[in-house]
Design a protein around this ligand. Sequence first.
Ligand code: SAH
Length: 312
Amino acid sequence: MAASAFRTSSTLLLHFPHSSHRPSLPFPSSSASWRRCQPSVRFMSTRVSAAASSDARTLQEGIAGFYDESSGLWEDIWGDHMHHGFYDPDSDASGADHRAAQIRMIEESLRFAGLSEDPAKQPKRIVDVGCGIGGSSRYLAKKYGAKCQGITLSPVQAGRANVLAQAEGLADRASFQVADALKQPFPDGHFDLVWSMESGEHMPDKAKFVNELVRVAAPGGTIIIVTWCHRDLGPSEESLQPWEKQLLDRICNAYYLPEWCSTADYVKLLQSLSLQDIKAADWSENVAPFWPAVIRSALTWKGFTSLLRSGN
Ligand code: SAH
């Protein structure tokens, strides 16, 4: 069945459209070729050159190595979840419980997507695309009594996620493997909730990414994408400002990210796939308090520099 034939309800949640909201990160930059971060988008590219596919491989190896090395340190400080917290922009976030804010991010995402609290309508089969150490999967497996399957590029993360699921008595409901989000090892139409929490920014081909999410979604299912985007371009703009590109380059270099795109770009892509109920939101203000907390933790975190690849 073609993905575009699904009556899949797609919910898209996005934050960071405004690159100017990001702090200037004090991270060193690198010149490796796949790390180029031109925030222009090439949608629906169907032919991949040899150079592009070798860039994609290098990127995948970089992402896997980055998370293999950094996940244990991150877990020590931040626990199960490798994503932002969600905050009320009007309240004082100094002294906030950041782990609680990470759970709030999950709950706000579900609420935004309109997932019903009615047990009869709750998801039963969930895929966690870019699962980290499986924090979302375990949370959702418990919340919904659902079966979750997570994929990550990092063997260390997949192993740790399985250990944690077993330790929490969830081995029969949450399982994890190394697999590529752009080529998922799942049949068409399998999941009634497709969940991608802050993994989309790593995907070098957004069209392929979105197509795979749609392919594995069941008819009537829901897709939730929470990801980093640059701001939407104005009607007379062809690209971001040079200073914005420079800032994004630095973030790309630090976090193994390929090209960025905007929220509007994602929406256009989703619209081209005949999905229903597409919703998008900018949560930049809601996640902003998380960054100072991460930077504060880094200052007391001796091993942090090993998280960030210096120029090579
Ligand atoms: N969603 C998790 C982890 C976010 S970190 C959480 O919220 O805790 C980003 C995750 O995306 C990592 O697990 C990384 O391995 C995964 N990832 C990045 N590119 C991927 C790809 N092409 N295929 C599968 N996973 C990918």
